[in-house]
Design a protein around this ligand. Structure first.
Ligand SMILES: [Zn+2]
Length: 349
């Protein structure tokens, strides 16, 4: 794809990679997470229906998926716009908005936000987890799925001419579903045609990232242009993590700002704190993987916005970067995580 080679594709068109600036590689600006609603535990039904207020913010922070309205981030375009402007004022340049089919992707709104804020926004092609695949999607062949993703990058997504600049987040569960496996194979085939960046949402199990990389490799994917998201909640054992890092994909710590006592999606997981994330990132840098680490917030519910008492899109720039310096990560390395690595990943080969 000679016209894309050496460029980054935003919702407003191709840009030179040197214009990206500080980049969050896994965020959402307009989506619905209704697919993943968790009924509240008994006795908490009233909280689940109540309007979002100061008095229920702590509960909401711990149970974000048990509040129906909290899952409707797409209702907050005005607040998101304001918070994108704050992100820009804090030094932010680019957001990878990797909402895919199944999460109510809205590339028109992304284009409007990019125009109104001047923040570069990169949209995602492909499909979220199998639970959101329509019967039509489930029935498709790998070739048909490939064609859809290639078309979303070359011609535009959701019936528009607004083009995606990455494939993903591609949703995977644990255990992996049959239609998710087909989508992974199609992702590899589309990437072979496009030489584009891809980004994966692994299942909530330490073996899931290994299984995904195996399937991608067998289908011919370029693992060096692949991001494994959500490492913070997926591989805890240090030895296992370093073994995974050897496979050569990007390791993304993208849940900055999320601290749970009980993680609804998998109660067996101890969600790390931001301080623990920083130490993990420092360990990976010390072990020689500074070219392969990415960080982000993965904002996907209303309570993560400043409007609802959350940290917003500038949390990493405002709060995490200064703490990283306190923990001995040099500005040089921080710039790698936030500028050079995203630039390297997002540039079409
Ligand atoms: Zn996400």
């Amino acid at each position: 794809m000679s016209s894309l080679k050496g460029k980054v594709q935003t919702v407003l068109g191709l840009i030179d990679p040197s214009h990206l600036g500080y980049t969050m590689t896994h965020e959402h600006l307009a989506m619905s997470y209704s697919c993943c609603y968790y009924p509240p535990s008994s006795g908490q039904e009233t909280l689940s229906e109540a309007p979002i207020e100061m008095r229920n913010l702590f509960w909401l922070k711990q149970n974000p998926y048990s509040h129906k309205e909290n899952l409707l981030l797409h209702q907050e375009t005005d607040a998101v716009k304001e918070e994108l402007l704050q992100y820009k004022a804090a030094g932010g340049g680019t957001i990878v908005e990797n909402t895919t089919t199944g999460l109510k992707r809205d590339v028109k709104t992304l284009k409007q936000l990019a125009e109104e804020t001047g923040v570069h926004i990169i949209a995602g092609a492909g499909f979220y987890v199998g639970a959101t695949h329509s019967p039509e999607t489930q029935a498709m062949s790998v070739e048909q799925l490939t064609d859809i993703m290639v078309n979303e990058v070359l011609n535009g997504a959701d019936g528009t001419n607004i083009k995606c600049g990455v494939i993903g987040e591609i949703g995977c569960s644990w255990p992996l579903m049959e239609s998710e496996k087909k989508v992974l194979q199609a992702t590899a085939h589309a990437q072979s045609q496009l030489s584009c960046p891809i980004i994966i949402h692994p299942g909530r199990h330490g073996e899931s990232p290994f299984q995904i990389v195996r399937i991608l490799q067998e289908a011919g994917a370029d693992i060096s242009k692949t991001v494994m998201s959500h490492m913070d909640r997926t591989i805890f054992d240090e030895k296992k993590l370093l073994e995974f890092a050897e496979l050569g994909c990007y390791l993304e710590y993208d849940l900055f700002g999320t601290e749970f006592i009980l993680y609804q999606m998998n109660p067996d997981i101890d969600m790390p704190s931001d301080n623990e994330r920083i130490l993990r990132v420092r360990m990976l840098i010390d072990e020689g993987y500074e070219d392969k680490v990415l960080i982000a917030h993965d904002i996907h519910t209303k309570n993560r916005l400043k409007k609802y008492g959350g940290h917003g899109y500038s949390h990493i720039l405002e709060n995490i970067v200064p703490k990283m310096r306190v923990r001995g990560i040099s500005q040089d390395k921080i710039d790698k995580l936030l500028k050079a690595n995203p630039r390297q990943w997002l540039t079409f080969k």
